[in-house]
Design a protein around this ligand. Structure first.
Ligand SMILES: [Zn+2]
Length: 281
C-alpha cells in the first residue's frame, strides 16, 4: 500500500513538474504511462526499462513539440517565434526555450518583433535580436513560471546588446548561458532599485544574480548602450507596444526617463537590468 502511494505521488510530482516546465510535457508523460506498463514485465533489468521509458518519452515529446503543437497552437491564436536559422536577425538565445515550448506569442507580437528586427538589421546587418522566455502555446491565463505575467501570448523578454571587449564590435554572444542574471548594474549616483526592493522584502529581486548565474562574462562582453536603446526605441515606435519594463537607472541612462510606456518592474518581480520585458496591447 505504502509503495503504491509513493508511486502515485511520484507520477503526480513528475506530471506537475513537466507541465510547469513545458506545458505539454505532463500530458505526454500521462499518455506514456500505459506504454511504460506494457514493456515493464517484458524487460528484466530495471536499468533497461528506465532507459526505454526515457527514450519513449523523449521521442513522443519531440514529435508533439515540433509536429503537433505548432499547427494546433495557431488554431488557438498563438504562433512560435522564429528560431535557429529561420530569421538571421531574430532568434532564441537558449535552445531550451524552444524545446520547452516557451517561445509562443500571439501573431501581432511576432509581427511587432519581426518589424523591430528588420529596423535593427537596416542599421547593421549583423545585429541579432535574441529573445528569452515568451509564453506557452495554449490557454490564456496559464502561467509561464517563474514569470508573473507571461500568460496571454502578449509578453516577450529580450536580451540586451553586448560588445566583444577585444574587437569592440557588437556581438551575438550573451553573457549569461540562461539569458538572465548577468546585470548591468547602477553606477554611483544612479537610482538603485535592487537595493530598495531588497529593503522592501523583495528577496527574489536579485536572486538569480546573487545565487544562480556567474557574473564573470561581464568583462568580456560589455553592455552596448547604443543598440539596446535602439531596440527599446523601435518597440516604442510601434503603437501596438503597451509596456517596456527596465530598471530605472537604465531607463534614465538610455534616455527613456520621460516615456510613459517605459516602467520599472514591481518589487515582487525580478530585476530588469539583465533583460527587457515587452508587452503589447
Ligand atoms: Zn518578462
Amino acid at each position: 500500500m505504502g509503495k503504491q502511494l509513493f508511486k502515485y505521488l511520484g507520477h503526480i510530482l513528475l506530471f506537475v513538474f513537466l507541465t510547469l516546465l513545458s506545458q505539454v510535457g505532463g500530458l505526454i508523460y500521462l499518455l506514456c504511462l500505459p506504454i511504460f506498463k506494457y514493456f515493464k514485465p517484458r524487460i528484466a533489468r530495471p536499468i533497461w526499462h528506465i532507459s526505454l521509458n526515457i527514450g519513449i518519452f523523449c521521442v513522443l515529446y519531440t514529435f508533439t513539440t515540433f509536429i503537433i503543437v505548432p499547427p494546433l497552437a495557431e488554431r488557438f491564436g498563438r504562433v512560435p517565434m522564429p528560431y535557429d536559422e529561420e530569421n538571421p536577425n531574430l532568434r532564441q538565445w537558449n535552445r531550451w526555450t524552444v524545446l520547452l515550448n516557451r517561445h509562443y506569442v500571439v501573431p501581432e507580437l511576432r509581427a511587432v518583433t519581426e518589424g523591430v528586427a528588420r529596423k535593427m538589421a537596416a542599421a547593421d546587418t549583423n545585429l541579432v535580436i535574441t529573445y528569452l522566455d515568451c509564453n506557452f502555446p495554449f490557454w490564456d491565463g496559464f502561467p509561464l513560471e517563474p514569470h508573473l505575467s507571461h500568460n496571454d501570448g502578449r509578453k516577450i523578454d529580450l536580451s540586451f546588446f553586448y560588445r566583444d571587449a577585444e574587437t569592440n564590435k557588437v556581438t551575438a554572444e550573451r553573457p549569461s548561458w540562461l539569458g538572465y542574471g548577468v546585470c548591468e548594474e547602477p553606477r554611483g549616483g544612479e537610482e538603485n532599485r535592487a537595493e530598495y526592493c531588497a529593503q522592501q522584502g523583495g528577496w527574489q529581486y536579485s536572486f538569480m544574480r546573487d545565487n544562480v548565474i556567474s557574473q564573470s562574462q561581464k568583462r568580456r562582453l560589455p553592455f552596448d548602450e547604443k543598440y539596446t536603446a535602439a531596440l527599446v526605441r523601435f518597440f516604442l515606435a510601434d503603437n501596438r507596444t503597451k509596456l517596456v519594463l527596465i530598471e530605472p537607472h537604465l531607463e534614465k541612462r538610455l534616455g527613456f526617463a520621460n516615456q510613459a510606456k517605459v516602467k520599472p518592474p514591481p518589487c515582487h518581480s525580478v530585476r530588469h537590468d539583465d533583460h527587457i520585458h515587452v508587452a503589447i496591447y
